[in-house]
Design a protein around this ligand. Structure first.
Ligand code: GLP
Length: 255
């Protein structure tokens, strides 16, 4: 696990986009695991710039998103479907057939979750998975206490997560109570992981993720077991770390 501290969120985003771009240049049919939330927005902006200005080609790229709220229609402004199309997909040359996002409106949710796992296997497995982190240490919607071996399934959201995400909705009441999420085992199967965090609100979660013991109570700590994980944080998210960390990766790791 490599921890990299950048001066600003913009520098963090440029590095994470560069790591993803390297995977795509190396393997045009790369399978990307993508995340939502405010943290990856800068990475998506930079990937769009790389596409528009430097010809980064997404035509054969396949994507799988981490999670989606249960019950939100695909065109609901807070759905992760809407988020991904607005903030990335509509700006790049991705083939809509290659985009996979959990379907929070599926009638048979357990059946859908099994199908989603199968599609990842059929695509050849994830080459790189982008992750944010919740203030409580969750990854995707795997809340504290989630099995570290879990697969794609429905999770009940923690009150803390609903409150954190209420800023995107008109009221706390409107925040869904359930989500479909890749499991921690699903995420760990990816050949490479990038975990991003910015701001002092994530400092405690980052301290526990980088320097604490591995525990289901802080799901992000599992990345310590991944052979190719890069945690990129800004100064504020790094403010509680006690060890010294570099500002650059030792090498640009290819998937
Ligand atoms: C949600 C998402 C996570 C994300 C987290 C943090 O709960 N399911 O994937 O990491 O929010 O979001 P933000 O980046 O906005 O702090």
């Amino acid at each position: 696990m490599e921890v990299i501290i950048k001066e600003t969120p913009e520098e963090m985003s440029r590095l994470s986009a560069e790591l993803i771009a390297e995977v795509i240049r190396h393997k045009p049919r790369a399978v990307l695991g993508l995340a939502t939330g405010s943290t990856p927005l800068g990475t998506y902006k930079e990937l769009i710039r790389l596409h528009k200005q430097e010809g980064l080609d997404f035509s054969r790229v396949v994507t799988f998103n981490l999670d989606e709220y249960v019950g939100l229609a695909h065109d609901h402004p807070q759905s992760y479907h809407y988020f991904m199309w607005e903030n990335l997909f509509k700006h790049i040359n991705i083939n809509a057939k290659n985009v996979h996002i959990p379907d929070g409106t599926a009638k048979d949710i357990p059946g859908f979750c099994r199908w989603y796992e199968e599609q990842m296997v059929k695509a050849g497995g994830l080459d790189i998975q982008l992750l944010g982190i919740g203030g409580n240490g969750h990854i995707a919607f795997n809340e504290p206490g989630s099995s570290l071996g879990s697969r794609t399934r429905v999770k009940t959201l923690d009150e803390k997560t609903r409150q954190d995400n209420a800023r995107f909705f008109r009221s706390l009441n409107e925040v869904p109570k359930y989500a479909i999420t890749m499991g921690i085992g699903t995420i760990m199967d990816s050949r490479q992981l990038i975990l991003l965090a910015t701001g002092s609100g994530k400092a405690e979660a980052i301290l526990r993720t980088c320097e604490g013991p591995i525990t289901a109570m802080v799901p992000a700590t599992i990345v310590q077991l991944h052979p190719k994980a890069t945690i990129i944080v800004d100064k504020q998210a790094a403010s509680k770390l006690t060890r010294e960390y570099p500002a650059e990766p030792s090498v640009l790791v290819l998937a």
